[in-house]
Write a protein that binds this ligand. Structure first.
Ligand code: DAH
Length: 342
């Protein structure tokens, strides 16, 4: 009997060593513990035994049965764990059927320039604000001194919602909100997506980005405006930038200016970017109109301020030498991937 048991133990161990999965284990269980299994047969064989021999055999066979069934259970748990681990690994497995390449994505050129500007202005103490794309007529026009029927509205036709609200045509639509939020003194920039009803061509899109900025405090003058614009633009173009102001007109600034920069690409000699004039028209700006301050809850007798509306889209085009504005909204990865800065 003990020989038989030893033999059985050995073959069981060999079978177990070969077991790879739950199916193998189940076969082993049947082989040893099933109705016709070897251990079951041993137990049946006890029928022919008597007295002490029977007692002793019973003990040993039952012990063997317990050991075998425990081993099978333990190995079962182990196999289960291994399978879970393999499944997890499979999740992270490299799919070699995918096309080769460095597909980690890239930032959109406008995002790159926007982040750069945000960093520069933040370092000069400006808050960075976000604002809705759907705004009321009051915010987009009245609050920036463009009353109903003012001719300046003609140039900013946009998309109206059934409830009378509209897609903002200019980041200036947030001026009133910023003034009310911060009061005076305040320094803030607020980049945003703007919309206009435009006939599309290489330089006109119905959806584009601007970055508006405002600084309000006691004794703010045009000199402050020039200083901030020169500092910011020198950072953006990584070279000393000279600006000049020409008179302009905007209902929300008085006086209003068109700010030009001395062309950083040709040093003013004349090139395609500056259309051979040596100067690039870049940023409309001016001293905030007293009506705008008043509507924003700021006393124009105590405070003055400047505002500017930088064409973020134009700036990105210039910086990255993109000559068709439609590329920017195209979602064409081949065109947009090239500007990756990580
Ligand atoms: N909102 C104007 C536009 O879209 C740009 C502008 C001009 C903004 C002068 C300003 C400003 O803040 O002072 O045409």
């Amino acid at each position: 009997m003990s020989e038989k048991i030893d033999e059985l133990k050995q073959t069981f161990q060999e079978d177990m060593d070969k077991a790879q999965n739950t199916e193998d284990l189940e076969n082993i269980r049947v082989k040893y513990l099933g109705k016709k299994g070897t251990i079951t047969e041993l137990l049946k064989g006890m029928r022919n035994m008597q007295g002490d021999e029977r007692k002793e055999a019973g003990k040993r066979i039952n012990l063997l049965k317990a050991q075998v069934s425990e081993s099978i259970q333990e190995r079962g748990k182990q196999i289960q764990k291994e399978m879970e681990k393999r499944l997890l690994m499979a999740d992270r497995r490299v799919d070699i059927s995918l096309p080769a390449g460095n597909n980690i994505g890239s930032l959109h050129p406008i995002t790159i320039v926007q982040r750069e500007l945000e960093e520069i202005f933040s370092s000069m103490g400006f808050a960075v604000e976000d604002y809705n794309e759907v705004v009321t007529e009051y915010q987009n026009f009245e609050a920036v001194n463009v009353p109903k029927n003012h001719p300046a509205r003609d140039m900013q036709d946009t998309y109206y919602l059934d409830n009378g609200e509209l897609l903002k045509t200019q980041t200036s639509a947030a001026q009133n909100y910023i003034l009310r939020k911060y009061g005076a003194p305040c320094r803030a920039i607020f980049p945003g997506r703007c919309f206009r009803n435009e006939a599309l061509d290489a330089s006109h899109e119905n959806t584009f980005f601007q970055m508006e900025g405002m600084m309000v405090d006691k004794d703010i003058s045009v000199a402050n405006l020039i200083y901030f614009m020169e500092t910011m633009l020198s950072e953006v173009f990584q070279t000393d930038i000279t600006v000049r102001l020409r008179p302009g007109f905007f209902p929300f600034t008085e006086p209003s200016f068109e700010l030009d920069i001395h062309c950083p690409f040709c040093g003013g000699k004349g090139c395609a970017t500056c259309k051979h004039g040596g100067w690039i028209e870049l940023c409309p700006c001016g001293m905030i109109h007293p009506n705008v301050l008043k509507m924003g809850g700021v006393d124009p007798d105590k405070y003055t301020g400047f505002a500017f509306g930088l064409g973020l889209t134009r700036l990105a085009m210039m910086k990255f030498d993109i000559n068709d504005i439609r590329v920017l909204n195209s979602g064409n990865l081949k065109a947009l991937d090239q500007f990756t800065i990580l």
